[in-house]
Design a protein around this ligand. Sequence first.
Ligand code: KIV
Ligand code: NA
Length: 268
Amino acid sequence: IKRITVPDIRARKGNEPVVCLTGYHAHTARYIDPYVDVILVGDSLGMVMYGMETTLGVTLDMMIAHGSAVVRGTERALVVVDMPFGSYEESPEVAFRNAVRVIKETGCTAVKLEGGKRLAPTIRYLNERGIPVMAHIGLTPQSIQVMGGFKTQGRVEEEWAAIEEDARAVAEAGAFAVVLEGIAEPLAAKITGQIDVPTIGIGASAACDGQILVLEDMLGLSPRAPKFVKEFATLGAQIAGAAEAYAREVRARTFPAAEHTYGMKKVK
Ligand code: KIV
Ligand code: NA
């Protein structure tokens, strides 16, 4: 199987929806690989996998470890790895150096950066040097301390112009897709009509060209999933049920049974 390419994703604009999920680990990525176009190794792993309060503590080494696992576990989906806080903001040169590590050490196809207009020169610099970039605008969790919390963007019209400008700037700089996070529907629709690369929505309505959710959120593994999440499974409850059944059987000594037990080899 040939992996989905960056031009394949770009060509979806105006045609077919781009289906994306996050992935942090090899085996779960293997299960979703046949059904999705893009697997994003998101820095949300800091919160979901490591119990951090924000994504600010995530390191390049963590992203590389999980990115490698997802690339090894998949063969079809295009794998994008998030650049963590502090690894790309300083300059295009620093961003390039760190993105090269991500590409070389994980084997992923592209990286994602949070930010709009201010990052356009960096997106252009990376793209011109062989590193495809997915942009991410609207609610950008790495800026949580500046924003003062996770807040949906564009619910008042005064906020629109700046966000529209961000979308245009990253698209013109060569981003192959743009994540719109936490954006009111009318603005998401307007931006989707204004740029010529796919918009990937999360909490940004069905008006986007594609959708992404955090895998654990849509599987029902997150204790406090936000309004925009639909739980397509309830694995949290299943895990609790399985642990309870296991504990019961171990205590009753009914597990392991004969079929789980090794005897001696027959020797002549
Ligand atoms: O880190 C992440 O999971 C993300 C997506 C939710 C877009 O950036
Ligand atoms: Na992220």
